[in-house]
Every structure is written in structure tokens, then in C-alpha cells.
Design a protein around this ligand. Structure first.
Ligand code: ADP
Length: 518
């Protein structure tokens, strides 16, 4: 059980961002360390080897250049080594000593020559150990005969106790007979190998693991300090719920990526809050709107049940109740439409519309209510004014504007509806000489259920639902357009809808969010 818990816990930690950051940092760090250490090891080994090569070259030049000569004993027909140096000069003595430490002088057949004076075999103990590679000697001398300028042989040999030697092999000739002999000088690589071995052990098993542990710890701490603000942001975000959407995550004033994230998050909550507010306001408005006609119906039914006595009184109560029911179903219909639009179910059925024809038809329809209100309705319907749009929705939009204009224009006033075609948009204008809208109400008239009440310049005509202009704005937006309003209280109002004629696909009527109107 405990083991299982531990395993789960381990998995959780290893999936954490902090662990992954530290692990990738440690892997990167160790790769760099290993790379640098290996590079340095290669450089060190090369430098040490170059030094040995340099020494061996010096020995070779010293030997060939004068210290070592080949002597030919004509009587015995034998060749000897003849060392020519000043034994009293410590420098020369030391140098010859160094050369002789690892030394071999042999003829073509691999026979070691003797010293002319001391009769010592010209082979050092190291070469005794390594052994004489007769084939190699012959090959080297043959190469020399073919090309006297061939570069020297470099070789590395290991003696029985494991020590490696660097060997430089070349050819020396008798001055007169030109008989070639094989000469090899060498130097121990023991101290170099020891330096490299110590370096390898020290760096690879101590420095790199140590640096890795320290680096990982530092990485763990750094990742922790970087992630602490992220955790704080997450905790702050958790405190924000539907009931306290006004809370915001404080920025750290660091002006970094995290602050940007916090700002973005806060802006998202801003939007959430305003949609929450809208939803709240909407449901309050809806319940309020529904309550009024329901109370009316109830009142009328009570009149019919308890107080009405004559048939006329009954009829009047029923008539009033019917009117309230009409209003109720109007609201329900409008709300249904709204919810359809909001859920994206209201897909625009776009066709090529003759706007002139639409305007002519609608202005004819509105002649009767306009005459009844004593308002002169004129239409300016041009030919060749076309639009890609949904006929039902465009008609609904103009109808709403016209019904408002007629409704809010007193007797004797004028209403004009017109359309104009521009290079890449059409403009529909509905203007009246009605009561106008006070400037303080202008920003709100497109809100749902918003009606201008109170201190109007004229008596408030029959109250609408306060949804007409919301539809106007949303229909315009769904067609990619905008609505502008210009109004002077007591003088009149002018609504202008601009819709682009180059069709931009907007799909369905998105009603969520603010309407695209000014
Ligand atoms: P309603 O259904 O009440 O007409 P709207 O959303 O269509 O609702 O209009 C909102 C408010 O804007 C109206 O209550 C009215 O006060 C004001 N309004 C709209 N059009 C006009 C207009 N042409 N002249 C004066 N006021 C208007």
C-alpha cells in the first residue's frame, strides 16, 4: 500500500513542470560538461603527444646530425656504431644518454650493430622487451631507398609492464658506402598517460558528477522560484468563482511573460464578468417583462370573477386579458428568436436582395399605421441597389426602425426611409422628425429591454418590448455591418445601417456580446 502510494507520488512529481525543467536543465548541463571535458582531454593529450614528438625529433636530428655515425671495418667487413661527442661536455653527454635510453640500430636484416669502441649491442632494454620487428625494418629501409625524403615512421608500442612508448623510426647511411641502417629512438608515454588517467578519473568521476549534483540542485531551486509565481497565480485564479468574479489577480509589476499571462487572464475574467452581468440583467429583465402581463391577466380574470356584473364588463375584462396574452406571446416569440440567435441556430439564408424593392414594399405596408398616427411616410428607393443578405432578417431590421420612427414621431411629423449604394457597401437610412433621444440614453438604446422613459420631450407613446433595436444591431452585425444613430431631442432621429457588399462569411447570427453599434 505504502509502496503503491510512493510510486504514484513519484509519478506525479516526475510529471511536474519543476521536475521536467530541472531534468532538462541537468541533461543539457551534463552534455555541455562532458563535451567541454572531452574536448579539453583531447587538447591535453594532443599537446602532450606533440611534446614527445618534438623531443623525439630533437633526438633524431642530434643523432643523425653528428653524434651517431656508421663505421665500416674493412678488414672484417663489418659495420659498427660510432658515437661522436665530447664526453666532457655535460650537455652532449646528457643528450646522448637520453637518445640511448630507448634506442635501436640495426641493419637491413634486423641484426643489431655493436659499438665500435665498447662493443655494446646498440639496443636498449626497451627494444629488447618490444622485440625487433625485422619485417618493419626491411619495409622502412625499402621505402627509404625508393624515396629518401619519405616522412619518418611514428609508432606506439607497449612493453611487458604495460608502459607505452612513442617510437620514431628512420634510416641512417654510411657516408661512403651509403649502406642504409635502421635507427629508432623512443620516449616513454608513461607520465603523459598518468596525467591523462588522473585527469579522466578526476573530471569524469568527480568534477562532472559533482557539478551535475550542484547544478541539478540549483536548477531545482531556480525552477522552483520561477514556478512559485505561477503557483500563486493558479491559487489566486482558484479563488475566483461565479460569485466573486470582481476579484482580479494582482500583477507583479515585473513586466514579464507572467505579468502578460496575468493580464490576459484578468481580461478574460473581465469579459466573463460582463457576460455574467448581461445574463443576470437579462434574466431579471425577462422575469420582470413576463411578470407585468401575467399580473395584468390575473387582475382582469379577478375582475371577471369577482366584480364584473354586466356582459360589457365581462367582455372588457376578457379583452384586456387577451391584450396582455398577446404581449406575453410577443415577448416569448422575441425571446425564442433571441435564444435561437444566441445558440447559433439562426443561420442566415443569404440571397441577392433588391434593396429598393424591399424598401418600397415595407413603406407601403407602413402607410396605414403612419396615416393613423398622422405622420407622412416617404421612401427613397433606388434602382440597382443590391445586397447579399437574409431577406427575413433585413426586413425585420427595417421594420423595427420604421415602427420606432412612426411610433416616436408626433402627429404632423415626417418619416423617410432610403437606401444608397456605395463602392463596397450599402447604406439604409431611416430618419424622422420625432421626439429624438436624449444623449444620455443613446449609449444604451441597443441594450436588451432598454426603453427611454421619464423626461422625454413628448409624452411616452405605447411602450414596446425594448428589444427592437437590439435586433437591428445584431442583424447588422450578422451581415458584417454597423449601425449609427444621430439624434437631437425634439428635432428627430436618424438611424443609418451600413452593410458591406463584398460578402464576408459571418455564418450564423452571433448575439452574444455587445452589439456592433455606435
Ligand atoms: P421599443 O420596443 O421600446 O421600441 P427599441 O429597442 O426599439 O424598443 O428602442 C429602444 C428605445 O429607443 C425606445 O424605447 C425609444 O425610447 C428609443 N427610440 C428608438 N427609436 C427611436 C426613434 N426613432 N425616436 C425616438 N426614440 C427612439
Amino acid at each position: 500500500m505504502t509502496w503503491r502510494w510512493r510510486k504514484r507520488d513519484l509519478r506525479r512529481v516526475s510529471r511536474g513542470l519543476r521536475f521536467r525543467l530541472t531534468a532538462s536543465y541537468a541533461i543539457l548541463f551534463s552534455l555541455i560538461l562532458i563535451g567541454v571535458a572531452t574536448g579539453f582531454r583531447w587538447y591535453l593529450s594532443k599537446t602532450l603527444d606533440d611534446q614527445v614528438k618534438q623531443d623525439l625529433n630533437d633526438y633524431w636530428i642530434a643523432a643523425k646530425g653528428g653524434f651517431l655515425r656508421i663505421f665500416y671495418d674493412r678488414e672484417n667487413h663489418q659495420y659498427f656504431a660510432d658515437w661522436w661527442y665530447d664526453d666532457t661536455d655535460p650537455d652532449e653527454r646528457t643528450l646522448v644518454g637520453e637518445i640511448k635510453k630507448v634506442f635501436l640500430l640495426a641493419d637491413y636484416n634486423g641484426n643489431v650493430l655493436l659499438d665500435y669502441k665498447t662493443k655494446e649491442r646498440q639496443i636498449s632494454s626497451t627494444f629488447e622487451d618490444i622485440g625487433i620487428d625485422k619485417a618493419a625494418i626491411r619495409k622502412r629501409i625499402d621505402e627509404f631507398k625508393a624515396n629518401p625524403a619519405a616522412p619518418p615512421d611514428w609508432d606506439t608500442r607497449r612493453v611487458s609492464d604495460g608502459i607505452r612508448y612513442r617510437i620514431r623510426g628512420g634510416v641512417i647511411q654510411h657516408l661512403e658506402t651509403h649502406e642504409p641502417f635502421y635507427v629508432a629512438v623512443g620516449e616513454s608515454l608513461d607520465s603523459n598517460d598518468k596525467v591523462l588517467y588522473k585527469y579522466t578519473i578526476f573530471v569524469y568521476s568527480l568534477v562532472i558528477p559533482g557539478a551535475l549534483v550542484v547544478g541539478s540542485l540549483l536548477g531545482w531551486m531556480m525552477a522552483g522560484s520561477v514556478l512559485t509565481p505561477v503557483r500563486e497565480v493558479a491559487q489566486a485564479a482558484q479563488r475566483i468563482t461565479g460569485s466573486n468574479l470582481s476579484l482580479r489577480i494582482p500583477t507583479r509589476q515585473a513586466d514579464d511573460e507572467l505579468d502578460y499571462l496575468i493580464l490576459t487572464f484578468n481580461r478574460m475574467i473581465d469579459r466573463l464578468e460582463s457576460s455574467f452581468q448581461q445574463m443576470k440583467q437579462f434574466s431579471t429583465d425577462v422575469s420582470h417583462e413576463l411578470r407585468t402581463p401575467i399580473t395584468g391577466i390575473r387582475g382582469q380574470l379577478e375582475v371577471a370573477l369577482f366584480t364584473a356584473k354586466t356582459t360589457d364588463q365581462y367582455r372588457e375584462a376578457m379583452f384586456n386579458a387577451l391584450q396582455d396574452i398577446d404581449r406575453l406571446s410577443q415577448i416569448v416569440r422575441a425571446l425564442l428568436l433571441l435564444s435561437q440567435a444566441e445558440s447559433g441556430q439562426l443561420v442566415l439564408q443569404k440571397t441577392r436582395l433588391d434593396l429598393g424593392e424591399v424598401i418600397r414594399d415595407l413603406s407601403e405596408e407602413f402607410q396605414i399605421p403612419a396615416e393613423a398616427a398622422g405622420v407622412r411616410l416617404t421612401a427613397d428607393a433606388p434602382r440597382d441597389c443590391f445586397l447579399e443578405g437574409d431577406r427575413v432578417q433585413i426586413e425585420r431590421m427595417i421594420t423595427n426602425l420604421l415602427s420606432n420612427a412612426v411610433k416616436f414621431t408626433p402627429e404632423g411629423g415626417r418619416v423617410n426611409v432610403s437606401a444608397h449604394s456605395f463602392e463596397n457597401h450599402v447604406e439604409i437610412v431611416v430618419e424622422d422628425t420625432g421626439r429624438g433621444i436624449p444623449p444620455e440614453h443613446l449609449p444604451h438604446i441597443f441594450d436588451r429591454f432598454y426603453r427611454v422613459t421619464g423626461s422625454g420631450t413628448a409624452p411616452v407613446p405605447e411602450q414596446g418590448l425594448g428589444l427592437g433595436l437590439s435586433f437591428v444591431a445584431w442583424i447588422a452585425k450578422a451581415h458584417g455591418g454597423t449601425v449609427d444613430v444621430d439624434s437631437a431631442p425634439g428635432k428627430g432621429t436618424r438611424f443609418s445601417v451600413k452593410i458591406p457588399t463584398e460578402t464576408r462569411e459571418t455564418g450564423s447570427m452571433e448575439l452574444a456580446g455587445q452589439p456592433a453599434a455606435s
